[in-house]
Design a protein around this ligand. Structure first.
Ligand code: GTP
Length: 560
């Protein structure tokens, strides 16, 4: 629609005046033009009309507006009862206009008209007009018709007028043609396709993409007033059926809440991944169908799995257990125990696994319940080899004499109690020797404590080398030794004691000054079923040993 430039424009009108005052506004128009301002207005190609919003009546329409409204005469239009034909949507839209016009706002919006069934969309500039009776009306100037959509497209636009989805139509260069109220409310000042996007370059790229694709969808950060929001954007290429020119229809839905939630979920997922990866225990989370949900690098390292842990996700855990069972001392027991634990679903069940390579793993099983529903379980594998070795080391130290490496008094007591019980319960036999170095004080005093220690070590080595595997030699005091000999009678013990005595007497200790020898006195006895306690049998051995001392040392005495 073109404007007759020789005619005065509606901008010169004082909007506060009524139609009868319009004439006086044109006093300054050159006489050559006309004295009748309404005739002047009728010469304009621009439709101009005055609508009384409250009364829903037309007060004035120039010739172009009469044509636009599809009326025969201005009078027919003025007589028209809009209340019967006006849709609720239109009525609401006008009701929204009222306060804005009352504030003196000029509203630029598109309206659709169907003169004689012919659809056009008109860019209307609406400004306040006060009627003679003081009612708020609007003076409407129909500016260029930006777009000549066909009737069905316009109806489609009407249909999206009240949806929260933002709908905008652009020409092929991305200039805005029309938009629904939701889009208008979101972007009052933005009129180009690119301005809608936070990333203008991406927007340019999209325009180019739409030249090759009829439609596309994406999630993008969009500019909404001065804020950035996540929108789901549907873009569709269309053609103006009248002009054949390309158009782009854009539908947008605000998905910021979902995106915010997704981002929060991603962050907490990543946080969890960091925690899982940071742990030095092997983790394996299985779902109720025994598929891997999560595994970490430590788990792969423990089982010598070369693939990265992400590649295990979705794997069947039964197959995985079968393929890793060879790592364990008891492969079948390993698999069977897994099944047992899963069936039992006991919280925080721990067990110990001995691996074929000598390492030890502690395994903890935790079933996963959400709202009483079983959703799988977590395995936590911890390599406790070092801990086990340390514990064994501590236990060994706690039961060993540091000077000689023989069992100490504590181990002797434990072993003696076990043997005494077995003699009592199983009718078995066992012997006990008590060995004491003769005149050890003299050795210490003449050669020194360090040389005396050599003697103690020699005695320990002699016991270690000349006793059976099942015998237990112990250092139970300073220069006092005991030997528990399970399964041995007093006579046999007596013979062993003499053999030991001779070995010791014949041994030479290389001292700093002079090599020296020493002898021992040995008391031998048996564990008897009637012994009240271990004390009883040790007292007997002690008595036998003192008897040997009394009888001249370097000898064996027996008591039972
Ligand atoms: N070198 C050394 N001497 C020790 C150790 N424990 C105890 N002794 C010494 O062993 C000696 C024991 O002396 P006594 O109990 O008098 O007995 P003895 O000299 O062996 O004489 P009889 O037992 O009567 O033959 C003391 O001199 C202690 O100091 C030790 O760990 N190392």
């Amino acid at each position: 629609m073109t404007r007759d430039d020789s005619s005065p424009t509606a901008d010169t009108l004082d909007h506060r005046q009524g139609p009868s005052d319009i004439a006086t506004s044109f006093h300054n128009v050159p006489q050559a033009a006309t004295h009748d301002p309404t005739a002047l207005l009728d010469r304009l190609q621009t439709p101009i009309w005055i609508f009384d919003i409250e009364q829903e009546r037309m007060h004035y329409a120039n010739a172009a507006a009469v044509r636009l409204w599809g009326a025969e005469t201005p009078q027919a239009l003025y007589a028209r009862d809009f209340s019967s034909t006006m849709s609720e949507a239109t009525r609401r839209r006008l009701a929204d206009y009222l306060p804005r016009l009352a504030r003196g706002e000029t509203i630029d919006e598109h309206w659709s008209f169907y003169p004689g069934g012919q659809a056009i969309s008109l860019h209307c500039r609406c400004s306040r007009y006060l009627t003679n009776k003081g009612r708020t009306g609007m003076l409407v100037e129909g500016l260029e018709s930006d777009i000549s959509l066909d009737a069905s497209s316009l109806r489609a636009l009407e249909a999206v007028r009240h949806t929260p989805m933002m709908v905008s139509v652009f020409d092929g260069q991305g200039r805005q043609l029309v938009r629904n109220p939701a889009a208008l409310a979101a972007r009052r000042g933005q009129t180009s396709f690119a301005a809608c996007f936070s990333d203008r370059n991406a927007a340019e790229g999209l325009l180019q993409r739409l030249e090759g694709e009829p439609r596309t969808s994406l999630e993008a950060i969009m500019r909404v007033d001065d804020r950035e929001r996540w929108h789901h954007v549907d873009l569709c290429r269309a053609t103006d059926p009248k002009t054949g020119l390309p158009m782009i229809v854009m539908g947008e839905l605000d998905i910021t809440p979902r995106k915010t939630l997704e981002t929060a979920q991603l962050v907490s997922k990543r946080q969890l991944e960091v925690v899982i990866e940071g742990l030095d225990v092997g983790l394996l989370l299985e779902d109720e169908r025994r598929r891997v949900i999560v595994a970490n690098q430590a788990f792969c390292d423990l089982f010598g799995i070369e693939a990265p842990p992400e590649q295990l996700v979705g794997m069947d855990c039964r197959e995985a257990a079968e393929s890793t069972k060879a790592h364990f001392m008891e492969p079948e027991g390993f698999v069977a125990r897994i099944e047992e634990l899963i069936v039992a679903r006991q919280k925080q069940t721990r067990d110990l696994l001995a691996m074929a390579n000598g390492r030890f793993l502690e395994r903890a099983y935790t079933p996963l319940f959400v709202a009483d529903q079983y959703h799988g379980h977590l395995w936590v594998y911890r390599d406790i080899t070092r801990q086990r070795h340390q514990e064994a080391d501590w236990a060994r130290k706690a039961s060993t004499d540091p000077l000689t490496g023989l069992a100490n008094r504590r181990s002797f007591d434990d072993a003696a109690r076990r043997v005494a019980r077995s003699v009592k319960d199983d009718d078995s036999q066992a012997a006990l020797l008590m060995i004491d170095i003769d005149r050890f004080k003299v050795i210490n005093d003449t050669l020194g404590h360090a040389e005396g220690d050599k003697g103690l070590r020699l005695l320990a080595d002699t016991l270690r080398h000349h006793l059976r595997q099942s015998d237990l030699p112990c250092r139970t005091g300073g220069e006092e030794f005991m030997v528990i000999m399970p399964g041995m009678s007093a006579e046999e013990a007596w013979a062993v004691a003499w053999r030991l005595l001779r070995q010791i007497a014949e041994a030479t200790i290389e001292a700093e000054t002079l090599p020296f020898h020493f002898t021992v006195s040995i008391g031998a006895t048996c564990f008897l079923p009637g012994d009240a306690s271990v004390e009883t049998v040790t007292r007997r051995a002690d008595a036998a040993m003192y008897q040997a001392k009394r009888e001249g040392r370097n000898r064996v005495a027996v008591r039972w």
